[in-house]
Design a binder for this molecule. Sequence first.
Ligand code: NAD
Ligand code: LMR
Length: 342
Amino acid sequence: MSSLFRSVKTLKNSSSHLLRRGYGSEAVPERKVAVLGAAGGIGQPLALLMKLNPLVSNLALYDIANTPGVAADVSHINTRSEVKGYMGDAELGKALEGSDVVIIPAGVPRKPGMTRDDLFNINAGIVKGLCEAIAKYCPNALVNMISNPVNSTVPIASEVFKKAGTYDPKRLFGVTTLDVVRAKTFYAGKAKVPVAGVNVPVVGGHAGITILPLFSQATPKANLPDEEIQALTKRTQDGGTEVVEAKAGKGSATLSMAYAGAIFADACLKGLNGVPDVVECTFVQSNVTELPFFASKVRLGKNGVEEVLGLGALSDYEKEGLEKLKPELLASIEKGIKFANQ
Ligand SMILES: NC(=O)c1ccc[n+]([C@@H]2O[C@H](COP(=O)([O-])OP(=O)(O)OC[C@H]3O[C@@H](n4cnc5c(N)ncnc54)[C@H](O)[C@@H]3O)[C@@H](O)[C@H]2O)c1
Ligand SMILES: O=C(O)C[C@H](O)C(=O)O
């Protein structure tokens, strides 16, 4: 809820939260999170993970179908949040009202042989409609855009919000956390270091070569040979396709995406709650390059984006990758902007 500390709760001695947080016995404000597309492959496990998050007090699960069952199921879990299901256009407003964070995994996923851009024709319209409703019912919410192609759906959202007079670049995020999750996993495997301590920034966008992992900045340092860095880069860029092919027509990443989406939403909630030094890579309006939107490390705070951080020092290979990705990323951004203004 936007009014902080309406009902003050403490998490001290609570045995039901599974994730460690930066809270002790201090007050935790009420926060409403809405998931749009909550009955889908990502939506269901993401609903579960948000139900496990002790920072959430109200969880609104919206979809065009099947939400009563998902909501009834998730609502039986004995954690803090109250869960409600909403189905169909007529209930979208109620689902959104009072939301602090809106997570959008609504839309169709890829099948083998498709690019994320092949989803544009269907998902652009879905995202546009949902963002029009966000502008109307919860214009101050932080929007976490998962629906693909993220490189275009985020610009679509920005244009919808501009038209409605509600656009605040600090509150709109393309969720690229799955690229970071993959880069960390793949790097830890090659570098033979415990994955829990690994950090790898991933910048650019969220499709093919627009995904640019910065392994030169990975920690702990491992001094991997160039060929291994190049193979790791390619595997991170093709991570989504690897899952799409393995699922052989039954969709794309859902479980790892739900995990990544839950990490990012948790970071947004921590930022809103005033936890210091919350930094995640995400696709936002940006001055880091000449492109209007770009993923890089972002410091999250009480208003959403607190600071878009620069790229840091890049290797020659990464500099080359950065120049190569720009035309494709710009074209996807412009496609989204054009669609929203048609
Ligand atoms: N950002 C990322 O890293 C990332 C990762 C994986 C998947 N994705 C994308 O997430 C999207 C969803 O993937 P999925 O596997 O969950 O698909 P899915 O088909 O399993 O689920 C999508 C859900 O969206 C719902 N939906 C459709 N139109 C809607 C509307 N107007 N309002 C509300 N809900 C609506 C459907 O009913 C369905 O339940 C896809 O576009 C996919 O490409 C993004
Ligand atoms: O690859 C996809 O189509 C889904 C998602 O963008 C991913 O990276 O897994």
